[in-house]
Design a protein around this ligand. Sequence first.
Ligand code: HEC
Ligand code: HEC
Ligand code: HEC
Ligand code: HEC
Ligand code: HEC
Ligand code: HEC
Ligand code: HEC
Ligand code: HEC
Ligand code: HEC
Ligand code: HEC
Ligand code: HEC
Length: 490
Amino acid sequence: MKHFAYILSLVIISSGLVFSQAQTRVDQCVSCHNDLETPEAKLFQHDIHRMKGLSCADCHGGNRYAEDMDQAMDKKAGYIGVPKGDQISSMCAKCHGDAEKMKQYHSSLPTNQFENLKESVHGRLDLTGNARIAQCSTCHNAHGIVSVKNPASPVYPLNIPATCAKCHANPTYMRTYDPSLPVDQLEKYRTSIHGIRNKKGDPKPAECASCHGSHDIKSVHDAKSSVYPLNIPATCAHCHSDAAYMKQYGIPTDQFEKYSLSVHGVALLKKHDISAPACNSCHGNHGAVPPGVESISKVCGTCHALNADLFSSSPHKKAFDERKLPECETCHSNHEILTPTEKMLGTTADAVCSRCHTEKENPKGFIAAQQMRTLMDSLIHEEAKAKMLVNEAEQRGMEVSDAEYKLRDAHQALLQSRTAVHAFNEEKFAETVKPGLATAALVEGEAKGAVEEYYFRRMGLGVATLIITILAVSLFLYIRRLEKNGKHKV
Ligand code: HEC
Ligand code: HEC
Ligand code: HEC
Ligand code: HEC
Ligand code: HEC
Ligand code: HEC
Ligand code: HEC
Ligand code: HEC
Ligand code: HEC
Ligand code: HEC
Ligand code: HEC
């Protein structure tokens, strides 16, 4: 028993010695390459992997304690040489894709980078067909890797634009993959508020990866892309609705909230109508600046061409330009654009016109607004009345297809009048409203006629029924009489 304890303590002591010897043994890969002053060795001095006690051999394999070069860099000792293509990402993923292994290094970083990269647009095979478009080292380099929060990292926010632009601003390279893909993202980005601030050293405004992601970047046409129209508002809101994050800039953080309530937000986010504008439709993708005063009508006009044309030839065009008022936004706001109604028109307190037109100030506009509202109200009233009468006739089973057809014309005239408002010219407005009123009157006439005919027919039917009933009763009585007379005879 004594013997056994003795042997055991010897084993423990000697293994402790071996262990501490290993701790102090020189890493020959680092040592020899340092002596050779190879660039990799220099970069490795401040590499995060070195800080974590890792070495050349943890990536390249080999025997790190062999002083002899051939022994150190021996395939039998697991040396893999210089990795190429997908070997690179697999090498990194040996640790970064293995949660257990990363835990051993006391790391709680995510371990999904390679999985995500494979599914991303950069995970497709490159032109050689042998490897993916991007490997881990494409964006992170292979040596001199530092934390992504370190300003020296190629994926630190201030450096990301250049890292992505290595490829995306290279037309010769990009053309070989997709000749239709623009290569102006960096150039445009530098003109945006985001890009200008980024260049000045502010890491908070959006850079390429804040909008597109990093390992999971998808084609912009992929519904899963963070910049697919339906996902854009949330992508922008990630920062723009975060009051704490945006505090230092002193701009509102309600854009998403307001946008969600707007006609555009409801159409896009609720009805999934991708013809409705997302944030970038008005602000641009890479040149993300707020549209300047003079370009707002151009932005809205790309989709609402008729309104914009009418506005441009209206008296407001010059008046608004002189006063530097934004064209559409002045009446409709920018993010909380709601469904317009006739209540906006006229001189009541809630009408937009009365913000600038009073009986004393700009009286011509005041009078015009009043009269336009009167015209609009009468068209709405007449159209509704015509519709009611047509419905009434239809419920009574009358043939009203012609009136229904004309009713559609009247409704069309109503819609056109809501657009025609933008000429801000009473006479021109009347030209659109009046045919509508005439059509509505015509429909009313036809529908009334149909209803009258119904009553006439019903009365006719009533009279006829009465006559028939009288006839039937008298016939019955007559037969009864005949029968009675007959009995007498028998
Ligand atoms: C005694 C010096 C010495 C030691 C020890 C040493 N190397 Fe090297 N290594 C060199 C020299 C010299 C070269 C360049 C000559 C060549 O390409 O063969 C080189 C080249 C390399 C290359 C590039 C190979 C290529 O094909 O371009 C890698 C990778 C490398 N070493 C990794 C390691 C690793 C990992 C270790 C430790 C396991 C190690 N080295 C140990 C001297 C050494
Ligand atoms: C985090 C993993 C990792 C570590 C640690 C690492 N390397 Fe590398 N090394 C790579 C990768 C990946 C490549 C190939 C990628 C490339 O082309 O840049 C590479 C390439 C090389 C090359 C070839 C360079 C060339 O231009 O052909 C040499 C030499 C080299 N490493 C030496 C070393 C030495 C020496 C150390 C330690 C001081 C070391 N590496 C540590 C991943 C690593
Ligand atoms: C297209 C460029 C690109 C490629 C390729 C790439 N990365 Fe990254 N990586 C980034 C960016 C950008 C960040 C910063 C992420 C952020 O700020 O959200 C990052 C962050 C990281 C981080 C920090 C933790 C995290 O997930 O945010 C690790 C670790 C990492 N990358 C490892 C890898 C590995 C391993 C690979 C290869 C499988 C790889 N990366 C490929 C761009 C890239
Ligand atoms: C032997 C395991 C191992 C290998 C192989 C490895 N790494 Fe790492 N890597 C680590 C550990 C451990 C950390 C530190 C993690 C931490 O601080 O939480 C790290 C940190 C990083 C970081 C910094 C993440 C941060 O904190 O922001 C990046 C980027 C990174 N590695 C990229 C790579 C790339 C690229 C490769 C392949 C060329 C690679 N790694 C290969 C283990 C490894
Ligand atoms: C503020 C968010 C944002 C930033 C920052 C941003 N992008 Fe984009 N990016 C978008 C949007 C939105 C689209 C277009 C989506 C669409 O067309 O529906 C887009 C489209 C793209 C496309 C597809 C081709 C094209 O131009 O339409 C590429 C490639 C691209 N971006 C790369 C980049 C690069 C590289 C950077 C950094 C220099 C960058 N992006 C910065 C939001 C952004
Ligand atoms: C190694 C070169 C390279 C780097 C670095 C690179 N990309 Fe790409 N990227 C490509 C290529 C090539 C494609 C086209 C793939 C295709 O169309 O098949 C692409 C596609 C894209 C697309 C999809 C465009 C579309 O078709 O809708 C986006 C978005 C994108 N990259 C953003 C980025 C961002 C953001 C970064 C930086 C974090 C980046 N890329 C870094 C080469 C690169
Ligand atoms: C990573 C966070 C972040 C993301 C994501 C982001 N932004 Fe920004 N944005 C900022 C910061 C920070 C500023 C600077 C504010 C300033 O200078 O007033 C800014 C400025 C702006 C401005 C100029 C505001 C002004 O008048 O000063 C507009 C417009 C804008 N962003 C629109 C967008 C749109 C649209 C998107 C989505 C496609 C988006 N942003 C995504 C952070 C972000
Ligand atoms: C229908 C067009 C349109 C849409 C959609 C839109 N904006 Fe705007 N946005 C504007 C206009 C117009 C301005 C005001 C510009 C001015 O007055 O110079 C503006 C201003 C801004 C500003 C500057 C600060 C402010 O509130 O005045 C930010 C930031 C902004 N928008 C972000 C967003 C975000 C985020 C979204 C999506 C959730 C979005 N916008 C959707 C048109 C739009
Ligand atoms: C990308 C195209 C697009 C842009 C840009 C755009 N809109 Fe719209 N807008 C639409 C669509 C589509 C609808 C219909 C939404 C629905 O289904 O209700 C709409 C609806 C409206 C409506 C409500 C119409 C109604 O009859 O209910 C108003 C008002 C409006 N937009 C004003 C504007 C203004 C002002 C701007 C500029 C600041 C603007 N829009 C920019 C596409 C756009
Ligand atoms: C001076 C105020 C004013 C300005 C400026 C203005 N609108 Fe209007 N807009 C109105 C009023 C009032 C209505 C509602 C008419 C109704 O429903 O009776 C309206 C209705 C609309 C409608 C719904 C009717 C339709 O045409 O489908 C759209 C869309 C619209 N405006 C877009 C725009 C655009 C785009 C601009 C800029 C070119 C603009 N508006 C400028 C006052 C204005
Ligand atoms: C933001 C202020 C503003 C709003 C809101 C506004 N206007 Fe005006 N309007 C003006 C100014 C300024 C003029 C030019 C008056 C002048 O030069 O005497 C003008 C001129 C007009 C004119 C031409 C008058 C003339 O002198 O021939 C008409 C008509 C008119 N507005 C109608 C309207 C109607 C209708 C509305 C509501 C839908 C409206 N305006 C809303 C500011 C506004």
